[in-house]
Design a protein around this ligand. Structure first.
Ligand SMILES: Cc1ncc(COP(=O)(O)O)c(C=O)c1O
Length: 268
């Protein structure tokens, strides 16, 4: 009840999924959890080894074929008050549930995006910290859903495109993959990083570039990424169909390689 994660969103977390029962990119997720905690001046009070053992045990106990995994650490409980020193012992929670992947149709036909009025980093929280404060993402998603879209695209104060409510954004133009730079004010997605690595290894031109709404509207292909969605094609944004409105060849190729890498490398 007096947990600061519950009261103030004063927490950090990670979401990942398993392949063959093992988490993909666990080391990267753990590193980002540590980095998020550092950015918020919070202690995890957890060693890598202990967290890994706890995750293994939770997954084993669940008996799921494949799992959605959420690892949450809050600053802890204490007397009501904003002063972070009021809590001294972090609370740690691992949530594991049966994985429910997005409907296949979204991958076959592509999803619909909506550029929303909600700004990405409105709440004064470092966007590179994956904190429990998701109100701006929730507001962004509400706006997108109300407009009949599947995912929002938030802009920054300069009007450049940032990312989705829970995904990173990519476009493809003339054979080159582009995604907004970290200093646009975004979370450094682990799927995003994997996609950039795939492109580099396969000789696909890929770079971070400031993107405006028109870049997305006029793209040859677009896709969004997240640990649960993996690589999901975009069919349209606002009133603009992206090219033919069908998943493009680079998006399909990157999706296949991503799934293969995730399946082959998932481990503790
Ligand atoms: C705001 C935001 N951006 C991007 C992502 C994608 O991150 P990842 O690829 O690490 O799942 C997420 C994931 O939930 C997110 O919440």
């Amino acid at each position: 009840m007096f947990d600061r994660g519950f009261l103030y969103g004063d927490s950090v977390y990670e979401v990942m999924r398993t392949y063959g029962g093992k988490p993909f990119a666990w080391a990267a997720h753990w590193e980002r959890l540590e980095s998020s905690a550092r950015r918020l001046g919070m202690s995890l009070g957890w060693t890598t080894a202990d967290a890994t053992t706890a995750l293994k045990a939770t997954l084993e106990e669940s008996g799921n074929a494949e799992s959605y995994v959420r690892v949450v650490v809050t600053r802890g409980a204490g007397p009501i008050g904003l002063d972070p020193a009021l809590a001294t012992t972090p609370n740690r929670v691992i949530i594991v549930k049966e994985l429910s992947s997005p409907p296949a149709e979204l991958y076959e036909r592509g999803c619909k995006l909506r550029i929303v009025s909600v700004q990405r980093s409105g709440a004064g929280v470092d966007p590179r910290a994956k904190s429990g404060n998701y109100l701006s993402s929730i507001q962004a998603l509400r706006e997108a859903l109300a407009a009949g879209a599947y995912e929002a695209v938030m802009k920054n104060a300069e009007g450049a495109l940032c990312e989705g409510s829970s995904s990173n954004l990519f476009i493809v133009r003339r054979g080159e993959v582009a995604t907004p730079p970290l200093d646009a004010g975004i979370l450094e997605g682990i799927t995003r990083r994997t996609v950039m690595t795939i492109c580099k290894r396969r000789g696909i031109l890929a770079r971070e570039r400031t993107l405006q709404a028109d870049d997305l509207y006029e793209a040859d292909e677009a896709f969004i990424t997240s640990s649960i969605r993996e690589v999901m094609p975009v069919a349209s944004c606002d009133d603009h169909t992206i090219a033919s409105g069908r998943p493009g060849p680079l998006t399909r190729a990157i999706t296949d390689v991503y799934r293969r890498i995730a399946t082959e490398t998932a481990s503790f």
